[in-house]
Design a protein around this ligand. Structure first.
Ligand code: DAT
Ligand code: MG
Length: 151
């Protein structure tokens, strides 16, 4: 299998709404492997680093206030195609446009409170994992179900 890793975060709204287990379950049941997880309170300047690509957008300041408003569940998930398929599980940025069956489609209503973040490509996945996690916080292990998930 061509293993890759992606950064997934449950934003403060998802944590406060009690959706942690619901969201983790979707990645877990799919067959992806959790390799890092922690609950963190990002500062505003950290949020600005995370969202630096969006600094020219009108919603940037509010977005960074929001991300730094409470605990965020930061995770790294591993698996074949996990970057792209993780985005599929998450659904479109605007929950009004996310398909039913996706995390945002099923569990969120507005773009400013769309409960989850996922890296949008291999480069951002690498950068975001490095921003949120120290190397020693990332685990590496063989999951007992791998031979059944991948054959
Ligand atoms: P995504 O989170 O799907 O990768 P993005 O990277 O374009 O979407 O934007 C990051 C976050 O910024 C997004 O999850 C919610 C917020 N956002 C995006 N577009 C917005 C808008 N038009 N108004 C308010 N918030 C917005
Ligand atoms: Mg994005």
């Amino acid at each position: 299998a061509q293993m890759e890793r992606t950064f997934i975060a449950i934003k403060p709204d998802g944590v406060q709404r009690g959706l942690i287990s619901e969201i983790i379950a979707r990645f877990e049941r799919k067959g992806f492997k959790l390799v890092a997880i922690k609950l963190v309170n990002p500062t505003k300047s950290f949020a600005q680093k995370h969202y630096h690509d969006l600094k020219e957008r009108p919603f940037f300041d509010g977005l960074c206030d929001f991300l730094s408003s409470g605990p965020v569940l930061a995770m790294v998930w591993e698996g074949e195609g996990v970057i792209k398929y993780g985005r599929k599980l998450i659904g479109a940025t605007d929950p009004q446009k996310s398909e039913p069956g996706t995390i945002r489609g099923d569990l969120a209503v507005v773009v400013g409170r769309n409960i989850i973040h996922g890296s949008d490509g291999p480069e951002t996945a690498k950068d975001e994992i490095n921003l949120w996690f120290k190397p020693e916080e990332l685990t590496s292990y063989t999951s007992n179900q791998e031979k059944w998930v991948y054959g």
